[in-house]
Each structure stands twice: as structure tokens, then as C-alpha cells.
Design a protein around this ligand. Structure first.
Ligand code: ADP
Ligand code: TYD
Length: 210
């Protein structure tokens, strides 16, 4: 039997609770005896974390959308090679906070329609989708106020404003329909424990099928 692991991703707008839920799920799965790698994008490997600083800090106009597609995909390639693929090959569960669906949204939709370029580069350089994607859906105003409450320097995308978050929310829901085989939508407008319970149920089902 192959020791192929399970590749789970969290997606959603800024402040929707992805990182919180990814952490909670990782702890739950570890406590139940699974080997888990919790990682994030952009980042997740030393080289990709360096690229993270380039794309998330500084002026919102620092990069064009096209240049960003290249930078995020370069970071993802390194992350795949060094962190994700080795863990999956060892039969582990990989939980990744954002992945290629974020590029489809933020670079593919935010400044003109560049979705086709994102998809082409993805099939050329990454060529893999997650086994299961949990979309934490939530009201953008609440999400943005939560994200802004965090304080920090990684604010390039948050600085694009609430209109972008609205479009991203709609875009993610469309993506969930487009990839309905691997997407599950979770209502994020609730307390953390209720959201975590839904996440756990969906993942348990996926583990049984794996
Ligand atoms: P994301 O990774 O999607 O940006 P985070 O998990 O970092 O979101 O959450 C953003 C902020 O909102 C954090 O301060 C977190 O503690 C808080 N938060 C997360 N989930 C909830 C929830 N269900 N209810 C209230 N606050 C939450
Ligand atoms: P993240 O640290 O997950 O932010 P948050 O916790 O606020 O959701 O991601 C930082 C930003 O990077 C986020 O605003 C979305 C953006 N991003 C892209 O634009 N393209 C991508 O491919 C990825 C992975 C993230």
C-alpha cells in the first residue's frame, strides 16, 4: 500500500479564521495520533519565507499582478519541493494555510482577469491540487476588522481595502462551485469552537475515504 498522505488547505478572505482553524485542526489530529505538518503560504520553507517578505510588505503598488503571479508561484514551487511533497510521500497529513486558490483569487481577480495566466503557470510549475479545501466563508467587514486588529507589517493586501475583500468572498464561493469535488464551505460567522467542530467533521469524513 502506498504511504500517500492527505493534503488539506484552508482558504478564505483575510481575517476569516483560517490560521486559527488550521492550528486547532493540527492539534486535534496530532492528539488523535496522526503525523501532521502545519504550514502556510506564502512561505512554508526557508526560501519561500524570504519571498513572503517581498510580497506582503511595503506599498500596495510595489508589484504588478503579473509579477506577483511569478513570485507566489516561485514560493509555492520551493514549498512543494521542500516541505509538502516530502511530507505527503512519508504518509503525513499536510495542513496548509492558503495555497493556489489564493493566487487564483488575489492575483487572478483583483486587478483585471488574469485567471488563465495563473492556471497556466500552475499547471506548468505546480501541477497539483489539494485533496480537500476548507473555505471559511465570512462577512468581509468582520473579517477585515479582525485582520486589522492583529497589528503588523504584512498589510499590503489588507490595504487594498474592503471592496477587494467583497470581491474575493464572491470569487472564493464561485471557486467552491467550480471545484466542488474538493471544496467544502464552512460558515465562519460563528464562535471558534462551532467552526472547529464542522472542520473536524469534514476532515474525519475525508480521512475515512482516504
Ligand atoms: P486568518 O488566518 O483567516 O486571517 P485568523 O485565524 O488569524 O484569520 O483570525 C483573525 C483574528 O480573528 C484573530 O485575532 C483570531 O483570534 C480571531 N478569530 C478567529 N476566529 C474567530 C471566531 N470564530 N470568532 C471571533 N474571533 C475569531
Ligand atoms: P495570510 O498570511 O494568510 O493573511 P491573512 O491571515 O490575513 O489571511 O496571507 C497574506 C496575504 O497574501 C493575503 O492577503 C492574501 C495574499 N496572498 C496572495 O495574494 N496570493 C497568494 O497566492 C497567497 C498564498 C496569498
Amino acid at each position: 500500500m502506498s504511504r500517500r498522505g492527505l493534503f488539506l488547505t484552508f482558504e478564505g478572505i483575510d481575517g476569516s479564521g483560517k490560521s486559527t482553524q488550521a492550528r486547532t485542526l493540527a492539534k486535534h489530529l496530532k492528539d488523535s495520533g496522526h503525523e501532521v505538518v502545519l504550514t502556510r503560504e506564502p512561505g512554508g520553507s526557508p526560501g519561500a519565507e524570504e519571498i513572503r517578505r517581498l510580497v506582503l510588505e511595503g506599498d500596495p503598488e510595489r508589484w504588478s499582478a503579473e509579477t506577483e503571479i511569478l513570485l507566489f508561484t516561485a514560493a509555492r514551487r520551493d514549498h512543494m519541493e521542500r516541505t509538502i511533497e516530502p511530507a505527503l510521500a512519508a504518509g503525513q497529513i499536510v495542513i496548509c494555510d492558503r495555497f493556489a486558490d489564493s493566487t487564483r483569487m488575489y492575483q487572478g481577480l483583483s486587478r483585471g482577469d488574469l485567471r488563465a495566466i495563473v492556471d497556466q503557470l500552475h499547471s506548468l510549475m505546480i501541477g497539483r491540487e489539494p485533496d480537500l479545501t476548507l473555505l471559511i466563508d465570512m462577512d468581509p467587514e468582520i473579517g477585515l476588522s479582525r485582520a486589522k486588529g492583529r497589528q503588523g507589517t504584512e498589510e499590503r493586501f489588507e490595504d487594498f481595502g474592503p471592496e477587494l475583500q467583497q470581491r474575493m468572498r464572491g470569487g472564493f464561493l464561485s471557486l467552491a462551485k467550480e471545484f466542488s469535488d474538493r471544496f467544502r464551505v464552512i460558515d465562519g460567522n460563528r464562535d471558534m469552537d462551532s467552526v472547529a467542530e464542522d472542520v473536524r467533521d469534514v476532515v474525519q469524513r475525508a480521512l475515512r475515504q482516504n
